[in-house]
Design a protein around this ligand. Structure first.
Ligand SMILES: [Zn+2]
Length: 629
């Protein structure tokens, strides 16, 4: 067998899987096309320099029957997700779909429009909004709503609005309480590691095609233009809070700690239309994404959806969200909401039931059986989240990484363990022979485990690398979950062609510019090289003029502590500057010498004290190894 073809075993596994799919239910295709108004001629979006930042045309191959290198359920999801264009949800509410990972909605008021969730990049948001105005006319944007704190729901804001639109009061920006903290922190503290892992999750380096990337389940992929951010002007902090904007009445339900730490659903009584942000979608969502994040609370998520149905289930006629297509009709919409709720509730409760019988996450993930009604509904299938990794996430939320078996409490780390396993298997060649037998028998999970030991013991073992790439690829071909497929195929890609690093950049200037002073010092603290710094003692005072605050940072024992103070600490070097200038110094956009010379930064004391601190910072590595040691 050559690479990039499905083996007999993979084809058989897919055929068995496909037997249980509700193939006769084609309602989603109807819903994904309902209300179609127009689509743009080109499905590519370019930035100002001409670089393609979004390319839906690359998915033209998603036609007809699923090839044997793909799971037919994920193939079908991709076919639905490339139905792009401007769609009418109900008269007065429109959606732009197929312009990014997420979906943008437009609500028409008396004189202008309210925009919900402006995609990831300013380029894709502008292109989508252009399709709207070309068909519905130029109208002022009176309000922007960010449904939650993830970048695919705010990043494109400057494709539609300017800072001045908001500063002048022409446009209000509405978001759930806590939005700014989470919008910024998620991209900063763990940003480098998460961005590298996100490259795997979305298959950013893979060719699009039947043997490559075919989608991500939630949307096809992420756009790669410029993410931007305009801070909200109106906070939504309580359920039942109402706003009437340009004649449009909106009632909010806050849902903190669900799909995002700051998130909200909202209802438009005049349209009998409910927007559920990302709390419901046409997939089982993630309790913990495989790129990494703080684990989410499935129980709270389910409880909020019960509240949603109680609040508006008796009145609504359509439910739409910021991914995928709407669900029309009260009965179907409520059933959809309740089924989504049941799915999170079921995964949570059944994991705990089995946990309290002594099973660990890895066991429960194999044991958990989905109710037939859920199996028969497409939208509860795991295209983005999976039962397997969500069960482990619930276990982790309650129990952490340790499974209570002390023989796993202090194992050797991967390379040390690998050397010993390979020796025990009779050496690398014998281990590869063992793995090849497992591969030939279709036991790809075991082959992957054995080969991983060989590669971690000797990363130059060419045969192990080749066979591991083939192995991961077969698992990827069979996966219903888009992020799993992308991860397996990305691993195969790196083993064959070398590391692809982090194809999408994490830190956009607009988002870095929104850091609070505390977040700036926190982001310095996590870069201190502990062992090099542990004999140093540095205390610096910072007067931040535009915020009228004073901060003292102290490096001792290799750790940087910070606190607010009433005044600079006597006898310490004190820097007086704006928050923007502080961010400039930290990001390297502002040179300290130049800033001191032109007065942007004023220093009382020895500016070299800051240089001593900067010298202790370690670089981050956006190219770190994943499938090799
Ligand atoms: Zn999203």
């Amino acid at each position: 067998m050559s690479q990039s073809q499905a083996t007999e075993a993979t084809r058989a596994a897919i055929a068995t899987f496909a037997q249980d799919l509700p193939i006769g239910d084609t309602q989603d295709f109807e819903d994904a096309e309902r209300g179609f108004v127009a689509r743009s001629e080109t499905r590519q979006v370019r930035n100002a320099e001409g670089r393609v930042v979004w390319d839906l045309d690359a998915y033209r191959f998603l036609e007809g029957r699923a090839p044997d290198t793909t799971n037919p359920s994920l193939w079908r999801q991709g076919q639905l997700l490339i139905k792009d264009g401007l769609f009418e949800v109900v008269p007065g509410i429109y959606q732009l779909r197929g312009y990014d990972l997420s979906v943008m909605s437009v609500i028409e008021g008396d004189t202008g429009v309210i925009v919900v969730d402006p995609l990831i990049s300013k380029e894709t948001a502008a292109a989508a909004f252009e399709l709207y105005t070309a068909n519905r006319g130029q109208r002022p944007v009176v309000a922007m709503i960010y449904s939650h704190s993830h970048i695919d729901h705010f990043g494109g804001v400057k494709g539609i609005l300017t800072d001045d639109d908001v500063a002048s009061g022409r446009t209000q920006v509405i978001a759930p309480e806590g939005f700014m903290d989470y919008a910024v922190s998620e991209n900063v503290f763990a940003g480098t590691a998460m961005a590298r892992r996100a490259g795997y999750m979305y298959g950013a380096a893979l060719d699009k095609g039947p043997a490559g990337q075919i989608g991500a389940g939630l949307g096809q992929t992420t756009s790669t233009g410029e993410p931007t951010l305009i801070p909200p002007t109106v906070d939504i902090g309580t359920t039942g809070q109402e706003l009437t904007i340009d004649g449009v009445r909106i009632v909010f339900q806050v849902t903190p700690g669900t799909e995002a730490p700051a998130e909200m659903n909202f209802y438009f009584p005049g349209f009998k239309a409910l927007c559920t942000a990302e709390n419901t979608s046409h997939t089982l969502h993630n309790i913990l994404t495989i790129r990494g994040a703080e684990v989410r609370d499935a129980r709270a998520w389910a409880a909020y959806l019960t509240e949603t149905v109680d609040l508006w289930g008796g009145d609504l006629e359509v439910v739409f969200a910021s991914h995928h297509w709407p669900t029309w009709g009260r009965e179907r919409a409520v059933e959809f909401l309740e089924m989504q709720r049941d799915m999170y509730s079921y995964v949570h409760d059944q994991t705990l039931r089995l946990m309290n019988q002594g099973y660990i996450g890895a066991e429960i993930a194999e044991m958990l059986q989905v109710p037939p009604a859920m199996e028969a509904a497409w939208h509860t299938h795991g295209y983005y989240g999976s039962i397997s990794h969500n069960v482990k996430a619930v276990y982790q939320r309650y129990m952490g990484w340790y499974n209570a078996n002390p023989s796993t409490l202090w194992p050797h780390p991967p390379v040390e363990a690998a050397r010993r396993y390979v020796a025990a298997m009779g050496g690398a060649d014998a281990a590869v022979a063992l793995a090849r037998r497992a591969f030939d028998e279709g036991d790809y999970r075991w082959a992957a485990e054995v080969l991983n030991h060989v590669i971690f013991a000797d990363e130059s073992h060419a045969e192990a690398r080749t066979l591991q790439a083939d192995t991961l690829e077969q698992i990827g071909f069979g996966a219903e979950n888009g992020t799993w497929r992308n991860a397996f195929l990305s691993g195969a890609h790196e083993l064959r062609h070398g590391q692809f690093g982090t194809p999408t950049s994490a830190a956009a200037p607009d988002i870095m510019g929104a850091l609070t002073v505390e977040q700036v010092f926190g982001s310095i603290g996590i870069r201190i090289d502990g062992p090099r710094a542990w004999n140093e003692h540095i205390v610096l005072s910072w007067v931040v003029t535009d915020e009228d605050t004073t901060h003292i940072i102290e490096l001792r024992n290799g750790t940087l502590n910070q606190r607010r103070a009433n005044a600079a600490k006597p006898g310490t070097t004190t820097f007086t500057l704006t928050r923007r200038a502080l961010i400039g110094l930290v990001t390297g956009m502002l040179d300290l010498g130049a800033a001191l010379a032109d007065g942007t930064v004023v220093c009382d004391g020895d500016p070299a004290d800051l240089g001593r601190l900067v010298a202790l910072l370690a670089p981050v590595d956006p190219n770190f190894a994943i499938v090799t040691p």
